[in-house]
Design a protein around this ligand. Structure first.
Ligand code: FEO
Length: 382
């Protein structure tokens, strides 16, 4: 696939993976993208996952059409992109590896190989000329690892964006970009909003026509839309108005309360998204909590604490800097409800949360009193 006259796609599509990063469900698969820039000197941008090394090298050979690559630009050392760096170096012994100083420490750590003598260490703003194509490197620490850099081809106005602007899902499948990019971004890069903001500022000085990420499709139109979403997500602003209701329930009573609250809100025209945390894709529920401006947590008391799925959910939120949302709390417990106390303690470090005054206490099953409390909570959330 040609991206421009001189840039071609040599990545692979993984349709068999069960869990990306051993935790994210990817029913639509995922791609590991890699690119070849053909010029007086040829450069390959990143490699692919270990299981696809042979396929990738075959793609590179085909794209180079008998020529040898001069450079492998290593933008990111997470193994879904770097697993074949040494295989490449061995296949092309005259090639030079390009990366930041941290990249080469990681190459040594991952592969036990010292590539001094065939490495080019670059810093933020450094350039590399391939002939017609002028490449500029933009460091992007913690987007998503510390060694990361992006590469800007000023000749074709292409930004190779590493993990940024990637999404789950095979690019050939019709997966809505926004939903799977949000789940990918919040899950994988969500903790590093400040660092993403820094990179967005650097990128705003570049004239970009196409974005080539390491996962998902190449973006080549309406780039402001994608950049705008990244700005929203990385600044922790809600993307949509609505209430995400996340619950755990053992015998159905807490679930009933969560669904009743959703009905009350929907009747008033408030959009809701309801997740049973034991049975939903946790990464989807987490992404939805960041998406909407209001969140309700409803949980059962369990062993004097809360049900583990709710604890895990809240920890996913706080470790990704969840903030600036309105939050409602519902607890259930047959003899000593602890949910509100435990959930508030878990959320203590989250900035700028506004807790609803109405807290709903359910003693085993919904009663007239707890239904009235739910109505009061709904009123605050409208
Ligand atoms: Fe797709 Fe952070 O690797």
């Amino acid at each position: 696939m040609n991206i421009t006259n001189d840039i071609s796609y040599v990545g692979v599509h993984d349709r068999d993976i069960d869990l990306f990063e051993s935790q994210y469900r990817v029913p639509g698969g995922i791609s590991y993208n890699s690119y070849v820039i053909t010029d007086d000197r040829c450069a390959v941008v990143d490699s692919v996952d270990r299981r696809f090394g042979e396929d990738w090298l075959a793609n590179v050979r085909k794209a180079l059409n008998g020529r040898k690559p001069d450079y492998l630009i290593v933008q990111h050392m997470e193994p879904d992109h770097s697993a074949n760096v040494i295989a490449f170096a061995d296949e092309y012994p005259d090639s030079v590896l390009v990366g930041t100083a941290k990249t080469f420490t990681m190459i040594s750590n991952f592969f036990g190989r010292d590539v001094t003598g065939r490495s080019l260490v670059v810093k933020d703003g450094d350039s590399l000329s391939l002939g017609k194509h002028e490449l500029k490197f933009v460091t992007a620490p913690m987007v998503h690892w510390p060694e990361v850099m992006l590469t800007y081809d000023s000749t074709d106005r292409v930004l190779f964006s590493a993990d940024a602007f990637g999404r789950f899902g095979d690019p050939d499948r019709n997966v809505p970009w926004k939903d799977e990019a949000r789940r990918y971004y919040i899950g994988i890069v969500g903790k590093y909003g400040a660092q993403v903001q820094t990179v967005l500022k650097k990128a705003s000085a570049l004239d970009i026509e196409k974005i080539c990420p390491l996962h998902g499709p190449v973006l080549d139109e309406d780039l402001g839309y994608y950049i705008g979403l990244y700005d929203t997500w990385s600044s922790y602003r809600p993307e949509d108005e609505g209430v995400c209701i996340a619950y755990t329930s053992v015998y159905g009573h807490t679930a009933e309360a969560a669904k009743l609250l959703a009905q009350m809100l929907e009747k008033s025209g408030v959009r809701t998204a309801v997740y049973d945390l034991a049975r939903s894709d946790m990464s989807l529920a987490v992404a939805e909590a960041f998406r909407y401006d209001r969140l309700v947590l409803a949980t059962t008391t369990y062993n004097g604490d809360i049900l583990p799925f709710m604890r895990e959910f809240i920890e996913h939120l706080t470790e990704r800097n969840f903030r600036a949302r309105k939050v409602g709390l519902i607890e259930n417990g047959s003899w000593g409800p602890q949910g509100v106390k435990v959930m508030k303690a878990l959320l203590e470090g989250a900035k700028d949360l506004e807790f609803c005054a109405a807290e709903v206490k359910i003693l085993s099953a919904l009663s007239d009193e707890s239904r009235a409390a739910l109505e009061a909570l709904a009123e605050e959330l409208r």
